[in-house]
Design a protein around this ligand. Structure first.
Ligand code: CUA
Length: 321
């Protein structure tokens, strides 16, 4: 039991822990967890002590009236009170029951479309142009953000444990989730519903930053990267090899929305939806070996490209800051 307790407590910290909360909702979930755990332990200890008391130390008959009182208070009143309180609290925590569930006061809307096995992420501030990105979520701390979740193919589940509870993403339906980060940092989100071969590889980094840093970041992403006009060999190859049939790079002829948007991929925190670090080597590796790195993904492997060609495309992509 000690080992089990240690194992479960050792995993309380980290970028993907619901017990190391960095948001209002996650804090409520963690409070509920500790309330349930400590409450359960207290009741368990009480019942054990009571049965020891009755079976070892006080082995004598009690009157029928006293027995009736024990059953009434211990068997009816106490469980009904405790369970009603816990159930009410847990139900209140359900996203659709919260007072801010509609995101009325959200000045930032983030649309997330889940696909096998990546995330389209679109940032929308009222009265401003939408900014399209993929496979990572950035948000300002201290601000309530409304997530609008939909699916392009099958059931996925959007979950950032450090910020709040999970929400299923269902084809033909739009779900909403309201989250508010309270602590700057980089966390990890993960698809939490089995959705195919690479379900476990459908993750995304989450960066919660100061509002001014977030606004600066968003402003840069609202126009094409200066990098599109550098490393032109790579850009020519990208265009010649028809990468634009699936990807969009703002400011170029590549405008497809079939696959992840690559407009500013050079500055992303990871590539392949949380799969690899983002550098020129991993970019080249992913282009060549996507089929084995991410089984079942729609991206074909480009094994026929030479190492020089792969490096040129990777250099151009890394320059899209
Ligand atoms: Cu998407 Cu599991």
């Amino acid at each position: 039991m000690l080992t089990a307790a240690c194992l479960s407590l050792c995993s309380c910290n980290g970028v993907q822990s619901a017990l190391d909360p960095a948001g209002d909702e996650a804090r409520q979930v963690a409070t509920l967890f500790w309330t349930m755990t400590i409450g359960g332990l207290v009741i368990w200890a009480f019942v054990v002590l009571l049965s020891l008391y009755a079976s070892r130390w006080k082995r004598q008959l009690i009157s029928e009236t006293a027995a009736g009182r024990v059953i009434l208070w211990g068997g009816v009143v106490l469980p009904v009170t405790v369970l009603t309180a816990l159930l009410s609290y847990a139900l209140w925590l359900m996203p659709s029951l919260r007072p801010f569930a509609g995101g009325e006061d959200a000045h930032l809307r983030i649309e997330v479309v889940a696909s096998q096995f990546w995330w389209r992420v679109v940032y929308q501030r009222p009265g401003e142009n939408a900014v399209v990105s993929a496979n990572e979520v950035r948000l300002p701390v201290g601000e309530r953000v409304e997530f609008v979740l939909s699916s392009a193919d099958m059931i996925h589940s959007f979950w950032i444990p450090a910020l709040g509870g999970k929400m299923d993403v269902i084809p033909g339906r739009t779900n909403r989730l309201s989250l508010s980060a309270t602590k700057t940092g980089t966390y990890r989100g993960q698809c939490a519903e089995f959705c195919g071969t690479s379900h476990a590889l459908m993750a995304f980094p989450v960066a919660a930053t100061e509002p001014s840093d977030f606004d600066a970041w968003l402003k840069v992403r609202s126009s094409p990267s200066a990098g599109i006009d550098a490393n032109l060999d790579g850009r020519a190859l990208f265009e010649r090899k028809d990468c634009g049939d699936c990807h969009r790079v703002d400011g170029t002829a590549a405008q497809s929305g079939k696959g992840p948007d690559l407009s500013h991929i050079g500055s992303r925190l990871s590539i392949g939806a949380g799969l690899l670090e983002n550098d020129e080597g991993t970019l080249a590796r992913f282009i060549a070996h996507s089929a084995s790195l991410k089984p079942g993904s729609q991206m074909p492997a480009y094994l026929h490209l030479s190492a020089e060609e792969l490096a040129a495309i990777a250099t151009w992509l890394k320059g899209l800051q």
